[in-house]
Design a protein around this ligand. Structure first.
Ligand code: AMP
Ligand code: MN
Ligand code: MN
Length: 342
């Protein structure tokens, strides 16, 4: 029995990925392997990538680097993840690695300038976005998986790599973040079965959850209060099922001396509003455009909304890059909701 969700990945693809990893020459003169996750990495992107990195290192792959595009800044909760020492800034990525593996990357557009590395002789994609563009030679893409870490677990089990505590911590962070602490629809029996095996490997779920979900700077809490305080409810949106939206600017971050990642969890209180199916948080980027988070309770396919605006994601959780004022971005989203009712 395998531990990955069946169906999304063919046995041919699993075998090709196993062969690509088993074919690597280990050691200091061995093959270079570059691991990449998506821009603005979240818990699934980092946890999946570092968990697999640790497994490769245990197999003797020492010419091994992990990276992500853009500023080399990790959200504070992820700075202590096992394997974080394998992370290098984008400019220090290998130039011509033998193998490239991507984690939680739905499309080339999420790779920034690292897209050039897709010229490597072998590219293996591990992901769970239904919108994945299958840009590798080998595509381990399972839209039924709750997190990319479920796909990583499937590959590790086929490689015969046991889950030690360090790997398990990475995969648990990935699984817990992408399932919203085991609350979302994707929280299947397989998710809990994987969580059970990860906990059995010796991790402390209470400590991890406290660090990842329940610890924030005082300024981040004050900032959240302001951003939530300016939320707008539009009951007419989404064919009358409602939309609630808010925004946060770079000036808000500066006033509270906070880093952008603290805005990423603000979608959670906003999406809890009973009167709205759709929640939208519009976050200003350092470049002056807007990183937009979309969530639906089930009435709207927000991934279709995001894709039509150049972004992507899942049916009930998606995002895109917006332009104009926050009001204009909200109006653009509202204009697309009624056409994308499920
Ligand atoms: P977020 O709102 O940032 O938590 O993202 C929700 C989902 O949408 C995740 O699966 C992301 O991978 C996806 N997503 C967010 N922003 C973008 C974007 N600009 N392009 C493609 N996918 C995105
Ligand atoms: Mn992600
Ligand atoms: Mn993910």
């Amino acid at each position: 029995m395998t531990n990955a969700s069946p169906g999304g990945v063919t046995e041919t693809e699993w075998s090709a990925a196993v062969d690509a990893v088993r074919g690597l020459t280990p050691g200091p003169d061995g093959d270079e392997v570059q691991l990449i996750c998506h821009v603005n990495p979240d818990g699934d992107a980092l946890g999946s990538m570092l968990g697999f990195a640790l497994a490769l290192r245990e197999r003797g792959i020492t010419r091994l680097r992990a990276t992500f595009p853009g500023d080399f800044e990790l959200p504070t909760p992820y700075q202590d993840l096992p394997g974080v020492e394998l992370l290098v800034p984008e400019p220090e990525a290998f130039r011509a690695p033998a193998l490239v593996m991507t984690f939680d990357v739905a499309a080339e557009s999420r790779l920034g300038d690292l897209v050039a590395l897709l010229r490597a002789p072998c590219v293996v994609v591990l992901d769970h976005h239904a919108s994945n563009t299958r840009f590798g030679q080998v595509n381990l893409v399972d839209p039924r998986a709750a997190a990319t870490s479920v796909v990583v677990d499937g590959l590790l089990s086929r490689l015969g790599v046991p889950l030690d505590a360090a790997i398990a911590e990475c995969l648990y962070v990935a699984l817990a973040t992408d399932t919203g602490s085991f609350k979302f629809d994707m929280t299947t029996p397989e998710v809990h079965e994987l969580a059970a095996r990860l906990i059995a490997a010796g991790i402390s779920p209470g400590d991890i959850s406290r660090r990842i979900f329940d610890t924030r700077p005082f300024g981040a809490m004050k900032l959240a209060g302001e951003v939530i305080g300016r939320a707008t409810l539009d009951p007419t949106a989404a064919g009358g099922q409602g939309m609630v939206w808010t925004y946060a600017t770079q000036a808000d971050l500066a006033r509270h001396d906070q880093r952008p990642y603290v805005l990423d969890t603000l979608i959670d209180p906003v999406r809890g509003v009973a009167e709205a199916d759709v929640a939208v948080v519009i976050k200003e980027t350092p470049q002056g455009d807007w990183s937009v988070s979309l969530r639906s309770k089930g009435a709207v396919d927000v991934s279709r909304v995001a894709v039509s605006l150049g972004g992507g994601g899942h049916r009930l959780a998606a995002g895109f890059t917006g332009h104009g004022t926050p009001e204009e971005v909200a109006a653009t989203v509202k204009g697309l909701l009624a056409a994308n009712l499920i």
